[in-house]
Design a protein around this ligand. Structure first.
Ligand SMILES: [Mn+2]
Length: 412
């Protein structure tokens, strides 16, 4: 008999007269207390479930009988909070349309991790910063790291992916997002990334990828800034191919937990209380970072970023891109490796767990950009204000000296 999969962050709706042992099993699987859903007056149950999902990402709803509207409601509640809607009912009916997993009272259950929970994958990994269409530097780096055969330079950009191969030593590439925009070879960058993911790698979606994906799928996006040039390059593709490519981009996750939870990767990083979560808050943080709503925009017109790494005290190392530094930056256990290739800097990778940094210099500055200083300290006053905006607070003095637990070697 096939097993009904119950991801670790699910809202399980049990509808009808289910045997007590089924409810008990679900309860043990999710370690959550069932909440009774009164079909005539669901207000209390709704509030209770939302609170559970917000806190833990998992909850159980017990419905006295099959009820379409109630099940639809529950599926919506789950999806709106990044949890998987699972239904256990004897008459599937409309529920099939709204629930990711549906089983009956005779189902055998299997707890499974969420798609971004890859803690069982111990790598080793090669984590690569923002590519931004710099596919030549991307290929050069991949060749150096052992993911690409030489000879690619004689082929056209659309064929570069044919030179990508699984790493001989079983290593996996981890792409930190922003594959596209600003640089010359966006399509090639996406194809190369896709091949790396096919070979067991990971791609954490960045803000530029997200916007381009939505454009590819024909959704409304503001056609201003870097996407204008990218759209020109990609508009040669057929509508069907564009849609499919956009879907592929968005089929990846916003962040991943890897290596027994020792490593978290996301485009813009992730505060500890959001590790493993797939809520809107977690996704927004992982993709866009944390910005200061009260501060004036920076000289380039972008919202001022909150340097949340100062407040980070988690055990997991968080490796991210998004913020362009003149060199790899380490604060606590937060490692920033976007060294601004598209701005004429370099494309950088971090080998995990070896902690070796490899960089490829940009062949040129494709667009003008600013580099933050990796060694610059935050003024105590600015920090005092900023830390009030970070959701999870800690007690240690953020302006004391930060010492990196990593002893990095460099080559390349
Ligand atoms: Mn970015």
């Amino acid at each position: 008999m096939s097993k009904l999969q119950i991801p670790s962050q699910s809202l399980v709706a049990v509808a009808g007269d289910a045997p007590a042992e089924i409810v008990e099993e679900i309860r043990n699987l999710l370690s959550a207390e069932p909440i009774f859903w009164d079909i005539n007056n669901p207000t209390v149950a709704k509030a209770g479930l939302i609170a559970e999902l917000r806190e833990k990402g998992r909850a159980i709803a017990l419905l006295p009988r099959y009820h379409d509207a109630a099940l639809r409601d529950l599926a919506r509640i789950a999806k709106g909070r990044g949890s998987v809607p699972v239904a256990i009912i004897d008459e599937p009916g409309q529920a099939q349309l709204h629930f990711d997993n549906v089983g009956g009272f005779k189902s055998v259950f299997e707890g499974v991790p969420m798609p971004n929970d890859r803690r069982a994958d111990e790598g080793p990994f090669d984590i690569i910063g923002d590519v931004h269409g710099c596919a030549r530097e991307f290929m050069t780096l991949l060749e150096r790291l052992g993911y690409a055969d030489n000879g690619w330079e004689d082929a056209g950009p659309a064929d570069w992916r044919a030179y990508i191969r699984p790493h001989a030593a079983g290593r996996k590439a981890v792409l930190l997002g922003d594959l596209v925009d600003r640089g010359p070879h966006n399509y090639a960058s996406l194809l190369i990334a896709r091949q790396l993911v096919r070979f067991g790698g990971y791609f954490a979606i960045g803000n530029h990828d997200d916007k381009v994906a939505r454009w590819l799928m024909g959704r409304d996006v503001v056609m201003k800034g870097a996407i204008v040039e990218t759209a020109k390059e990609l508009s040669n593709l057929s509508v069907a191919h564009r849609t499919e490519l956009g879907r592929w981009i968005l089929s990846n996750e916003r962040h991943y937990m890897l290596d027994q939870g020792r490593l978290v990767v996301a485009h813009a990083g992730l505060a500890e209380h959001l590790h493993g979560r797939r809520t809107k808050e977690a996704d927004a943080f992982a993709t866009y970072g944390l910005t200061d709503p009260d501060a004036p925009n920076d000289p380039d017109g972008y919202p001022a970023r909150i340097d949340w790494a100062h407040d980070y005290s988690g055990d997991a190392f968080v490796v991210h891109g998004h913020v362009v530094y003149d060199d790899v930056r380490i604060k606590n256990r937060v490692i920033s490796i976007d060294t601004g290739c598209v701005f004429g800097g370099k494309l950088t990778s971090l080998q995990w767990p070896e902690q070796v940094i490899t960089s490829v210099d940009a062949e040129k500055a494709y667009v003008e950009g600013r580099f933050a200083s990796a060694s610059e300290a935050l003024s105590p006053n600015r920090w005092k204000r900023l830390r009030q905006l970070i959701p999870r607070r800690i007690n240690h003095d953020p302006c004391a000296h930060w010492r990196s637990p990593m002893d990095m070697m460099r080559h390349g």
